[in-house]
Design a protein around this ligand. Structure first.
Ligand code: PHE
Length: 529
């Protein structure tokens, strides 16, 4: 391969991301130790028990928990195991925080004043917040412990589509075809480069032979090391009975065309430690988790409609002022766990010090939005043969999710957009009807007219513009152990902090659970000391 070709090759590979990811996989034969890490963490965490107090002369304390999201609920649940008397103050009318499942009849009003009532039919729902759980996450341990049944969430599907309009694609391409072509050409180029001696400095002749064997298999190359298409692309006529061998999908794009399409740019997603299949979801909606937690805690200990207005560390206890239905109230407790979103907590007057305030303000909120589109038929299953999984686009809708529940049912809810950042912010100010129209217009480009004609109703949600949240998740530049956040990772007087934003797994329930466990352990040790 000439210098010029190699440079062109590298540029093209850089554009798709596919080969980089593939080589990373090849190089990373040490594989992951996340299972070991999870086991170590499990062993490291031990829930407080009533017996811990025997012969210590100490007793469980009272704790006021600010925020009834996953971190707050987990705190009250874990402390409750040892008899701590916890009260959770939740500003909204339901516990769960960003863990929010929308069903027919649910109503929201965003900060623009857009009021929506979901019209989803019975059994249909959308998870407006968290919607997928990796197998190593402690979220699944809580599902097991609380008896919340789970099912597979399809995060990757060979039959969903890729569509990059800005790259000039005139129609969608199936993941399976895109993978066959991208990996086919990348392996062809690498196999030829190796064959022509370009990798001689890096590889022994044995290495080269093994690499070639791997590449031929990985890219479905012939003995000439050429990619000429593959049954991996799928068939235009599927194989059937004797006499019907099928017709392999043709029209194989050239290497140049496939790299220009950019269809490989999303392949690395499924290699990520937090996004790799299999993934899971609770049966019936993600909010089965906060509901189970709330039931275990005792629903009467969770005060909804209670917005915190002031936090005072008194040295020997904590006083929290709040409003309930507009009426001022206050509660005192031995300890407090502030498990509210940091951007909301930053607006609450407190005497926890300027270090706390500076740290809270250094954490920046991020945007994300979703629209649920309920259809009268599951046309994506019948017409497109897509059962769950995600279509990736470069349109402002970004990700389109097919439901991983209710297969072959009469109706279903697609996530018509799951977008973040500027794309989410561009939909947020629109009326719900305008959001729907724009999302549907994008979907029609990929799926055709049924995307519009079969639509029954929609419901959209934008976290950055939602009261008491004002963020989908947060960014803690430098990570939670940066000295800037030290006033939050340790208690301020008798106030401890918890939330996914104080973990390395921000934007995951796992982070909220981990952070809650950490606050619980700190308080319990303090009480026992
Ligand atoms: N947990 C969220 C999700 O899976 C947000 C997120 C996306 C976090 C990608 C990390 C990586 O959609």
């Amino acid at each position: 391969m000439t210098q010029l070709n190699r440079r062109a090759f590298l540029r093209a590979v850089g554009a798709t991301g596919g080969a980089g990811a593939m080589l990373a996989t090849m190089g990373a034969l040490g594989l992951t130790t996340t299972a070991q890490a999870a086991a170590a963490r499990e062993a490291a965490y031990r829930a407080p028990r009533p017996g811990d107090f025997s012969l210590t002369g100490r007793a469980a304390a009272s704790v006021v928990v600010l925020g009834g999201g996953i971190a707050g609920l987990a705190t009250a649940y874990e402390l409750g195991k040892a008899g701590y008397r916890c009260t959770v103050l939740e500003a909204r009318d339901r516990p769960g925080g960003r863990n929010f499942t929308v069903r027919g009849g649910d109503t929201t009003t965003d900060l623009y004043g857009h009021r929506q009532t979901a019209r989803f039919s019975a059994g249909q729902y959308m998870n407006a917040g968290p919607a997928r759980i990796a197998q190593w996450m402690i979220t699944l341990d809580y599902c097991r412990e609380l008896g919340v049944p789970i099912e597979v969430f399809t995060n990757v599907n060979a039959d969903t589509y890729l569509y990059n309009e800005s790259a000039g694609m005139t129609g969608p391409m199936r993941y399976r075809a895109a993978k066959a072509d991208v990996f086919g050409y990348v392996t062809e180029l690498l196999a030829k480069a190796s064959d022509q001696g370009a990798l001689d400095r890096a590889l022994s002749s044995d290495d080269r032979e093994r690499l070639t064997e791997f590449l031929k298999d990985y890219g479905d190359l012939g003995n000439t090391l050429e990619y000429t298409g593959s049954s991996r692309r799928g068939y235009s006529v599927w194989p059937g009975a004797a006499g019907t061998p099928g017709v392999v999908a043709g029209d194989v794009p050239s290497a140049s065309e496939i790299f220009a399409s950019g269809v490989g740019r999303y392949f690395a997603f499924e290699f990520e430690f937090d996004q790799a299949m299999l993934m899971f979801q609770p049966v019936g909606g993600m909010d089965r988790i906060p509901h189970a937690l709330a039931e275990a805690i005792g629903n009467r200990k969770i005060l909804t409609g209670c917005a915190v207005t002031q936090v005072t560390d008194k040295g020997d206890g904590v006083r929290v002022a709040y409003t309930q239905g507009g009426r001022p109230r206050a509660i005192e407790a031995d300890y407090c766990v502030a498990a509210m979103p940091p951007n909301i907590l930053a607006k609450v007057p407190h005497n926890l010090g300027s270090g706390v305030q500076t740290a809270l303000e250094a954490i920046t909120p991020s945007s994300a939005g979703k629209i649920g589109l309920e259809y009268r038929s599951r046309w994506w299953e019948t017409d497109h043969r897509i059962y769950g999984g995600i279509t990736e686009t470069d349109l402002d809708v970004t990700h389109i999710w097919h439901p991983s529940y209710g297969f072959h049912g009469e109706r279903g809810v697609l996530i018509g957009y799951y977008n973040t950042g500027a794309n989410a912010d561009s939909y947020a100010p629109l009326s719900p009807g305008e959001r729907e129209a724009r999302a549907v217009a994008a979907g029609v480009k990929i799926y055709g007219e049924k995307y519009r004609s079969e639509l029954a109703s929609s419901f959209s949600h934008h976290w950055r513009q939602f009261p008491y949240q004002e963020a989908a998740w947060h960014s803690t530049p430098g990570g939670p152990d940066h000295p800037r956040y030290k006033p939050l990772t340790q208690p301020s007087g008798r106030v401890h902090f918890a939330g996914d934003w104080l973990s390395y797994m921000d934007a995951w329930q796992h982070g909220a659970f981990s952070s809650a466990r950490s606050a619980v352990t700190a308080i319990h040790q303090r009480v026992l000391a």
